[in-house]
Design a protein around this ligand. Structure first.
Ligand code: ADP
Ligand code: MG
Length: 608
């Protein structure tokens, strides 16, 4: 019998291995940036075209490579960073696997120019699909420049699998941030399609955070520093009052390497404890400096998880460090989280302080229960309860049915309700008597549903109902956020936002949706970005739906908002004019009817 087993040619083996290391342009960017950092560069420039699909170039002024090394570095398992197994436990460099360049060269057309400071001439090497095309001496500056063209040119399946340019650019920006953040002493720049996305000067960590995430971070940060025998935690956290509704900027690093660590994340959240609302997330940018012996770096090239030998200890130190920082710096302990600025614009006619409690108009002939549930002093009205009426109500055969909340039935009930009245329960639910019992509407979900349908229609129909801003406002964003706004340009326009680009990552807001209040125009846009990030990964992601949802979530009244009778009536009417009044945009119920029979059963239970 003949033998079938053969060794794969190197180029094929490399291509297979490459799939592990380089999954998208952003993975190549990460590897190249890390190599430049490891090479001791003080200046690193990243240039990309078409989200890295056609070109990625990283230029550094690091140590460069000799002609021999220039050839060697593209071999698999070729690395200058470790030489024996033990070194794995003493890694201080970003790379160590010796796989990145081999992988990139297997699936792209690569051109490298490199020169160590001591050599007069450098080396220019061209390599394509693992094949060396040419290697020549050349004139070039100290350091290394690697040009990666047409990534996945020979792996069409991979190429087709790539996401939109916007999505791939976001991934690249994220990798750039992860490397640039912890190396503030290195100057970084990023240019995409000829436009500068980042230009970061050398400086401290705080300046770097501001450079990456925008000027407004300057006032949002608290320093953290905690030294113990085993480790040092250093970095910045966001002040509690700036916690966001999405995870946003949360960065852990170990020895300057970005990691994900849910357990440590928990430690940080715990330290914020009661200081931020349950559905908010604090920002943090924290590095743990620790003896590499104490950690187990994940050997998988793209994984960001690591294990600590004593994770409980790290947890405790982390929590204490963050707590201390908050304790020392948060000078304003009385943060009122209940007041959400977006509430103010929710109804346009926001009730002012000192407003009377909503009045409850009672129709005792119809259903005297209302007196018990109403906000009006039921003590005083107790005597007036018309017990006979309840009795009569039953005896006349008008018995209440168990309500199955079919749409028709609810609409029927709603129809009848209009002549009746509304009252609030705990400023959170709108309650109202209906024939079969008590209808309870979640005010926030109801308003979200109304706004959602309203804005979706607006975006789809495209009338531009915009109001000119009296004083156009400037909006400065981080590059990632600016990218999101650019991606949503058309939809935002249909909503009525008139935005003009201003500089790299800024916009001038010239007009806003006609139904927004001017003072909140920026806040709402920021919230749109946050919401957008949160849902970006949803499978059936649809820009319009998501934007409408964003607007709805942002602008809907929140639990705890006191409503006037007219407002409740208006909400009620608008809700039932919706296409799906019963379903919240989160899929939960907007309303429920508590059948009278249930109330009776409850009230008739023996006390003991
Ligand atoms: P690793 O970084 O894991 O060692 P790579 O494949 O990324 O593996 O790189 C292989 C080797 O090439 C590195 O160990 C380093 O010696 C050299 N190298 C790569 N990039 C650069 C660079 N920008 N400047 C100097 N040397 C580099
Ligand atoms: Mg490397």
């Amino acid at each position: 019998m003949s033998n079938f087993i053969k060794l794969l040619p190197d180029s094929v083996a490399n291509q297979i291995a490459a799939g592990e290391v380089i999954q998208r342009p952003a993975s190549a960017v990460k590897e190249l940036l890390e190599n430049a950092v490891d090479a001791g560069a003080t200046e690193i420039d990243l240039v990309i075209k078409d989200a890295g699909k056609t070109l990625i170039q990283v230029i550094d002024n690091g140590c460069g490579m000799s002609a021999m090394d220039a050839r060697m570095c593209f071999e698999r398992h070729a690395t200058s960073k470790i030489s024996q197994a033990d070194d794995l436990f003493a890694i201080r460099t970003m790379g160590f696997r010796g796989e990145a360049l081999a992988s990139i060269a297997a699936i792209a057309q690569v051109e490298m120019k490199t020169r160590p400071a001591e050599d007069e001439l450098g080396t220019c090497l061209k390599i394509e699909g693992s094949k060396v095309i040419s290697q020549d001496p050349c004139q070039c500056s100290t350091g290394t420049s690697i040009l990666v063209k047409n990534l996945f040119f020979n792996v069409p399946a991979r190429r087709n699998f790539l996401k939109s340019n916007t999505a791939e650019t976001r991934h690249i920006i994220e990798e750039f941030i992860r490397v640039a953040l912890m190396h503030p002493t290195i100057a970084f720049s990023m240019i995409h399609n000829g436009k500068t996305v980042f230009k970061l000067a050398k400086g401290g960590l705080k300046a770097r955070i501001v450079g990456l995430f925008g000027n407004n971070y300057d006032k949002k940060l608290l320093p953290v520093e905690q030294k113990t025998e085993m480790l040092t935690i250093k970095g910045f956290i966001g002040k509690p009052e700036f916690a966001k509704k999405t995870r946003g900027e949360q960065y852990f690093f170990v020895n300057k390497r970005f990691i994900k660590h849910p357990y440590l994340n928990h430690a940080v959240l715990n330290a914020y404890a009661e200081l931020i609302p349950a559905d908010s997330y604090p920002s943090y940018f924290l590095n743990i400096d620790i003896d590499p012996k104490e950690i187990d770096i994940n050997i998988h090239p793209t994984k960001t998880e690591i294990n600590f030998r004593d994770s409980k200890y790290v947890y405790a130190v982390m929590q204490a460090a963050v707590k201390k920082s908050i304790g020392q710096y948060s000078l304003t302990p009385t943060i009122d989280f209940d007041v959400d600025p977006s509430i103010e614009m929710a109804l346009g006619s926001q009730p002012k302080e000192g407003l009377e409690a909503p009045k409850v108009n009672i129709n005792p002939d119809y259903n005297p229960f209302e007196k018990k549930t109403g906000a009006a002093s039921h003590q005083q009205k107790k005597e007036n309860l018309n017990w006979q009426e309840i009795y009569k109500h039953h005896q006349t055969g008008e018995e209440t049915k168990e309500i199955t909340e079919t749409g028709q039935q609810i609409e029927m009930e709603a129809e009848q309700q209009r002549s009746s009245s509304f009252f609030q329960i705990q400023n959170t639910f709108i309650a109202s008597n209906v024939r079969s019992g008590l209808m309870v509407i979640d005010q926030q979900r109801a308003h979200q549903r109304i706004l959602y349908e309203y804005y979706l229609k607006k975006i789809k129909e495209s009338p531009q109902n915009s109001q000119q801003m009296l004083f156009p406002q400037n909006l400065r964003l981080s590059p990632g956020d600016a990218e999101i706004i650019r991606g949503l340009k058309d939809e935002l326009k249909k909503l009525g936002y008139m935005l003009e680009p201003l500089g790299k990552n800024g916009f001038v807001i010239n007009g806003i949706p006609a139904d927004l209040e001017e003072s909140n125009s920026v806040a709402v846009l920021e919230r749109i970005i946050e919401n957008h990030k949160k849902h970006l990964k949803d499978l059936n992601y649809d820009k319009s739906v998501n934007l409408a949802r964003s607007m709805a979530v942002n602008l809907a009244i929140k639990p705890g908002t006191k409503l006037r009778e007219e407002e409740m009536a208006e909400l009620f009417d608008s809700l039932f004019a919706c296409e799906a009044p019963e379903t919240g945009i989160d899929g939960k119920r907007v309303l429920a009817i508590i059948p009278l029979s249930d109330i009776e059963r409850y009230i008739n239970e023996k006390k003991i």
